[in-house]
Design a protein around this ligand. Structure first.
Ligand SMILES: *[C@@H]1O[C@H](CO)[C@@H](O)[C@H](O)[C@H]1NC(C)=O
Ligand SMILES: *[C@@H]1O[C@H](CO)[C@@H](O)[C@H](O)[C@H]1NC(C)=O
Ligand SMILES: *[C@@H]1O[C@H](CO)[C@@H](O)[C@H](O)[C@H]1NC(C)=O
Ligand SMILES: *[C@@H]1O[C@H](CO)[C@@H](O)[C@H](O)[C@H]1NC(C)=O
Length: 499
């Protein structure tokens, strides 16, 4: 009898653990993550939206936040694309709100009131399902119960995001068969190849579930210290921002090495170059920029931005392009180097004050009703949502991305390297140069590409499915400036068509 009881007890414990386990599994299923209404939006959702947290370290309570927009075309077949903004420290709601998300955001009556949301005719969800992920932990709505997790590096970020993907696909197994792509811009020029490499390695090692990884896309991405570091001077010359004389002198004195000036004479000339370009909007040399000569930094609200910056969104456009600094966070003319990469709040105390406007996103994402609707934790848990946070401390420990691009393209993964050609932050001259430096045969020689019978930019196609593409007149965050053209190249590339 006693024996029987113990069996019974044992069985019950098994049953209980089974139930508890199922409960854990059920916790994240799409039904709980489905978004049914969004404050500020009175229209009809064009597809299903889901959002929530994926815990990647139970013991620390380390949680990454995602917002998943299903494709409006055929979610059962269309590609699934992960989108990552850079910084480091910038939330992927940057892309969601300002670039290629399902909504266009109209500023409310005051800076603080709820924005009005409209369907975005150029949303990337027209042709694909998109996962917007706040990464690394500490960014956007992602948070950890243990703040030591906010100290991280490129490699740790890649392995964390890989863990996220494996768990995400367990929650959404119906998307495992869809082609999967990884995309991002700016400092995600580091996140995308390092993560792609982790994913590819996982596939080779038989890690489950098997991700149907096909390729990746990088926009105005940080890639290589030296090549990116040398890109500004030829850009400034080609764009007519510095004189022929200065270009010749600086090239001679620096011996073509602008990245690490070898002499004072070289440094002096480089300072002259800086003087010529310093008052331009770094993110789009055609857009106006606010300069900080009389700025007073305010400490109220969610950002420490100068009050005068807040007027910056006011242009004649109905949905103005921001004049802003976000997306990069390293000193002018000095690209990412090994070691600690400063976040933008750190840079704000530096000499080069950014042009910025993040009102719409800040007002929307700090509204508690909005947070509730999209399943983000309250402000008391995650702190205020910031477009780019200074909370994280990230070490650039992955070196040049060229070795990653070589490995991934040689293994057959498709790569699209695109560049807004009026961005001075990560200028196209660098991206053009490093893509060429891989030494692949040109299979689609430099030519214009078109949208609506207009030249939208230029393309050079290489062997191994590597494409370098410019978007004419676009700045650092391409879809923000050229949403129609961005959707066009994105859709064509995903379909495997000629761009
Ligand atoms: C949205 O609907 C609510 C409730 O019907 C209404 O109060 C609000 O004015 C509407 N907003 C817009 C922008 O149409
Ligand atoms: C946070 O994590 C670190 C590293 O795992 C650990 O040493 C530390 O004790 C943790 N702190 C708390 C408060 O749990
Ligand atoms: C560097 O500048 C100094 C002072 O103007 C000059 O004497 C020297 O010749 C210059 N060196 C080179 C290599 O041009
Ligand atoms: C890519 O890297 C992996 C892992 O380090 C290695 O096994 C493989 O041979 C590399 N492939 C190519 C084509 O370089």
């Amino acid at each position: 009898m006693a024996r029987k009881n113990s069996y019974f007890l044992h069985y019950n414990i098994l049953l209980l653990s089974f139930l508890a386990f199922s409960f854990l599994l059920i916790e994240g299923v799409p039904e709980n993550a489905l978004i049914t209404q969004i404050p500020g939006f009175n229209g009809t959702f064009q597809s299903k939206h889901y959002a929530g947290y994926v815990t990647i370290d139970e013991s620390h309570g380390k949680k990454l936040f995602y917002y998943f927009v299903e494709s409006e075309k055929d979610p059962t077949k269309d590609p699934v694309v992960l989108w990552l903004n850079g910084g480091p420290g910038c939330s992927s709601f940057d892309g969601f709100v300002y670039e290629h998300g399902p909504f266009n955001f109209e500023l409310g009556k005051t800076s603080e009131s709820l924005p009005i949301l409209h369907n975005n005719p150029y949303s990337w969800s027209k042709v694909s399902s998109v996962i917007y992920l706040d990464s690394p932990v500490g960014v956007g709505f992602s948070y950890s119960g243990n703040e030591s997790d906010y100290k991280t590096g490129d490699l740790k970020t890649a392995s964390d995001t890989h863990s996220f993907l494996l768990k995400w696909f367990e929650i959404y197994p119906e998307f495992l068969k869809n082609p999967f792509y990884i995309s991002g811009e700016s400092y995600a020029g580091i996140y995308v190849p390092t993560l792609s490499y982790e994913v590819a390695k996982g596939i080779d090692a038989g890690v489950m579930p098997v991700i149907n990884f096909k390729g990746y896309m990088v926009g105005n991405g940080v890639t290589d210290d030296i090549i990116d570091g040398n890109a500004l001077v030829p850009f400034a010359h080609g764009m007519g921002l510095i004189s022929d004389e200065l270009f010749e002198e600086v090239t001679t004195l620096c011996n073509g090495n602008f990245y690490e000036p070898a002499s004072n004479n070289c440094s002096d000339k480089l300072n002259q170059v800086d003087q010529d370009v310093v008052d331009l909007n770094l993110y789009d040399i055609l857009e106006p920029c606010y300069h900080s000569k009389d700025s007073t930094v305010i400490s109220t609200g969610n950002s420490r931005l100068p009050m005068s910056f807040r007027k910056l969104g006011e242009t004649e456009r109905p949905l103005p392009v921001r004049k802003r600094m976000f997306g990069r966070a390293w000193p002018f003319r000095a690209p990412v180097r090994e070691g600690h990469v400063p976040t933008w709040p750190e840079i704000l105390n530096g000499v080069h004050v950014p042009c910025t406007d993040d009102r719409v996103a800040t007002a929307w994402l700090n509204n508690e009703e909005v947070r509730k609707a999209i399943h983000a934790k309250e402000t008391t848990v995650t702190g205020p949502w910031e477009l780019c946070t200074g909370k994280i401390h990230l070490i650039h420990d992955s070196g040049s991305m060229i070795k990653y691009h070589k490995n991934l393209t040689a293994r057959g993964y498709r790569a699209l390297i695109y560049s807004g050609d009026h961005d001075m932050c990560v200028p196209f001259t660098g991206s053009e140069k490093w893509t060429r430096s891989l030494g692949y045969k040109i299979v689609d020689e430099w030519r214009p590409w078109y949208v609506n019978e207009q030249v939208a930019g230029y393309i050079q196609g290489y062997d191994n499915n590597l494409i370098f593409l410019t978007i004419k007149g676009a700045g650092h965050t391409v879809p923000e400036y050229k949403p129609r053209e961005a959707l066009a190249f994105y859709a064509r590339w995903l379909e495997g068509k000629n761009i």
